[in-house]
Ligand binder design. Sequence first.
Ligand SMILES: Cc1cc2nc3c(=O)[nH]c(=O)nc-3n(C[C@H](O)[C@H](O)[C@H](O)COP(=O)(O)OP(=O)(O)OC[C@H]3O[C@@H](n4cnc5c(N)ncnc54)[C@H](O)[C@@H]3O)c2cc1C
Length: 550
Amino acid sequence: MTADVVTHEVLNQSTPLADVNLYSGNRALRDALRFNAPALDDAALVALGAEAGSSAMQRDARLANTFSPQLKTHDRFGHRIDQVEFHPSYHALMARAMHHGLHGTPWSRGAGAHIERAAAFMLFTEAEPSVLCPISMSYAVMPALRSNAALHADWSPGLTSTQYDERFLPFDQKAGLTMGMGMTEKQGGSDVRANTTRAEPDGRDDWGVRYRLTGHKWFFSAPMCDAFLVLAQTPAGLSCFFLPRWLPDGTVNALRIQRLKHKLGNQANASSEVEFHGAAAWRIGDEGRGIPQILAMGAMTRLDCALGTAGLMRQALSIALQHTSQRQAFGKRLIDQPLMQNVLADLALESEAATALALRLARAVDRTENGHDEHESLMRRVLTPIAKFWICKRGSAFAQEAMECLGGNGYVEEQGEGVMARIYREMPLNSIWEGAGNIMALDLLRALRGGPVADALAHETAPAQGAHPAFDAMLARVLHGLDGATEEAQARRLARDTALLLQAALLRQHSTDAVFTAFCASRLADASDVFGALPAGCDLNAIVARAQFH
Ligand SMILES: Cc1cc2nc3c(=O)[nH]c(=O)nc-3n(C[C@H](O)[C@H](O)[C@H](O)COP(=O)(O)OP(=O)(O)OC[C@H]3O[C@@H](n4cnc5c(N)ncnc54)[C@H](O)[C@@H]3O)c2cc1C
């Protein structure tokens, strides 16, 4: 036998989904965008769609995740340096995300900016989600930062700049800035009141009252950000502080990075454990009012969790559609096998419903940040926990089913080339961080006390009332559950039902009859616990055709 004997020909394998326009090819996203922002010029999204779907960006995503960040606590002479080194592809992705204004930029623009950014965030997630952690945090800190006018004035130009500057330098020497957040400590994450980090007053300067912080943070992502909003205890209670890596006098602040976390996924993003050794920090807002500040940030990052999961779902669905359109089994393309069609159609419904609900929340954010609107304000408050809970909760099951559409190839990563495995490992994260599922469901119960939610939901869902018997039955059930009497133990049930109702109402308004009817039949009339069990009579062909690249 010689080494060049040909044992087999490679056939019946699908091709990678690359060099496609993720925006132009996504009918569900374009329809949802037209509904929520009819006047929006989508030229920038077309450009981003092409970039995010390019093989060049896919290569950066693979490399940034394969060569994960490395912590350097000391230099070779023994000096403490507390820096994290990233692969150049990480920096390339950060630069593109900031170029497209996914971080602080919408805060410096007018109406529509948050919706456009939301769509862009979904598209970028399809390219690479890990780098969006510092991008999302930089977006989220902006409203809280306004509570300290001097800091806001000095830092907002850098935070809204579209230039990425990876250098470890004081803020006034950099072309662009990013920020992170530090709440979670060892003894409590959801229950931030249990924080033990202490803040001692240490004088006053141009940025207001200065403190010295002593304590730790157990999860502290993207520690190479230029500054962080952190929580610490003062005699008046939990308060919010601005903690920069560099101090105004040009020295490095006393933030020690202890180690990086070894995570299930999200490999390109560095998540660390840190200690504050008398680190200087400036107060944001009033002493003892840390929780409202953090909630303002959390509301924005929760939006991003919903958007990010919707983006990942779309990516997984697109890959599944690509594979099943090319792979043959039992004499037919997989996509033409009736049962596979049912699975793909069901995934398409879920993906479109996630996109619809996440963008609806983005509209509420946009409207309330650019004017006063009571209905939108109430919807924003209620939709945030609902969308974060339900969309993220569906993510992992979705990824598993999309992976299965690829058979064994779906489970194989091959040095980062098999993207499904990366999506699968990333999915649970959006459900856990920024308020895990139970915390979101309990937050919905709190939100019900914020105003006439039942009236708002009746108004919001009016266009779909009478369109399907299962919708009307679910509406009656949900409205009944909004009377404020729901027990804690039933909070997930209420969050799920409200999410499904809102998703159906949105699909009625900006999707097709086939999608709306199948969604009601499979999720409102009959709550299936497995994808691919759409009841007979659903127009599977039409649903799958809508989800395919156009
Ligand atoms: C990769 C990664 C990066 C992160 N980065 C950051 C970061 O940069 N900054 C930061 O501050 N944090 C960060 N976090 C922390 C994250 O926000 C927390 O892990 C999360 O909020 C949950 O807190 P916990 O881990 O302390 O869990 P716990 O609060 O102990 O919760 C555990 C479980 O109990 C449930 N639970 C809690 N209270 C109740 C209740 N009253 N009733 C019913 N159920 C309840 C929760 O829903 C959850 O399922 C990160 C986490 C991860 C995984």
